[in-house]
Design a protein around this ligand. Structure first.
Ligand code: FAD
Length: 333
């Protein structure tokens, strides 16, 4: 392998029923910085069935080129089909870097592709930059239960592949006037090579779909709520703000709310425009999942709670007094 033959930064754009998932757009924004630092192109790879709208969206979000692979067999994500496409594309185009969202599908695809190509993979990253000296990507990820942040370089092989948590980076403002080259590749995967079959989608039992990673506003509750019934005030505040309900692990572990709502190192990494933490102390593992939010509001009765140290707006007070007032005031707007 001659490392010098490998160029450009790729972003795998995950789609669900041909709609682009936000993490791909977030990675395009950070991929732009990596590509510019090494004077390379930023290329989006989209696999699915009907991808014209998806291709336009990734161009609007900054891709210099889009590689599109369409086929009935790619209508829904499947390991064999998507791996086959990615490996063939890499063998043809030789990218230097591939960024993949650390979603369920991305966490499945990344290791498969890297294994087939006999290169490295850094999983579940929370930071990406270019190492000044080697010009490799410096991938940062939590290690040892979040007690230290490891920076990993993949210097000996190409491509450098990593999965990156949704919500870590912001997506750019789209510019739908942008144009870019769309390369359409014909890659088929024979049906007998696809060993899995999607038989249907089942909604999470007893709970509405919780889409924390895509949420613009999140209202989260923690142990300070005291008991499960008190989540009602968090839900009400979320409702008036059209927000999604989040929670600390303490609230989840106590059985007050489903784990689908957990924010943090072992929950979801989120990056909403507004994050409102109610009765949450701000343990390092919680902050790891929400500190990239644009605006953080914390309501806590302890003036020394660490969450107030990262909050843009801190309200020191009893959440059972503050939250109802907020709800009433917001209703008036
Ligand atoms: P507490 O730390 O008990 O804080 C409760 C807060 O509520 C206090 O600050 C208190 O002052 C305030 N309060 C009490 N009553 C009121 C009131 N009436 N009005 C206003 N404020 C009030 N945690 C996560 O959240 N997400 C994770 O993903 C996660 N992963 C972890 C992974 C590992 C390996 C480990 C070891 C821990 C992890 N944790 C995680 C747990 C984390 O360390 C904390 O224990 C947890 O975040 C604490 O939750 P909390 O802030 O709700 O509770």
């Amino acid at each position: 392998m001659n490392i010098k033959d490998y160029k450009n930064v790729w972003v795998f754009i995950e789609t669900a029923r041909d709609e682009v998932k936000r993490v791909g757009l977030e990675l395009l924004n950070q991929g732009r910085i990596l590509a510019d630092a090494n004077d390379e192109k930023l290329i989006a790879v989209v696999i699915g069935r009907h991808l014209d709208a998806a291709a336009q969206s990734v161009i609007a979000h900054g891709a210099d080129e889009v590689i599109v692979v369409e086929g009935e067999e790619y209508a829904d994500y499947n390991t064999d089909g998507y791996t086959n496409v990615m490996v063939k594309l890499v063998e043809k185009y030789k990218p230097s870097v591939i960024l993949i969202g650390a979603t369920n599908n991305g966490r499945d695809l990344g290791p498969r592709v890297s294994c087939r190509l006999a290169t490295g993979l850094t999983a579940d990253c929370t930071g990406l930059e270019i190492n000044e000296e080697t010009r490799d990507v410096a991938w940062t990820r939590p290690a040892f239960g979040g007690n230290l942040m490891a920076t990993i370089l993949c210097s000996a092989t190409r491509p450098q592949i990593g999965t990156v948590r949704p919500g870590v980076f912001k997506k750019a403002q789209p510019d739908f006037a942008r144009t870019a080259n769309i390369i359409r590749e014909e890659i088929k995967t024979p049906a007998e090579e696809i060993r899995t079959k999607l038989v249907g989608f089942i909604k999470a039992e007893g709970d509405v779909v919780v889409n924390l990673e895509e949420a613009e506003i999140i209202v989260s509750g923690g142990r300070g709520l005291g008991k499960p019934e008190n989540f009602a005030c968090i839900r009400e505040l979320a409702e008036v703000l059209e927000a999604t309900v989040g929670a600390s692990r303490a609230a989840v572990d106590a059985g007050w709310i489903s784990p689908l709502h957990q924010v943090g190192q072992t929950g979801k990494t989120v990056g909403p425009k507004i994050y409102i933490a109610c009765g949450i102390s701000g343990a390092i593992q919680h902050l790891a999942g929400m500190s990239s939010s644009d605006i953080i509001v914390a309501i806590n009765k302890d003036p020394d709670a660490p969450i107030l140290g990262v909050a843009d707006y801190g309200i020191v007070g009893d959440l059972f007094e503050v939250v109802p007032v907020l709800i009433e005031e917001i209703k008036k707007i």
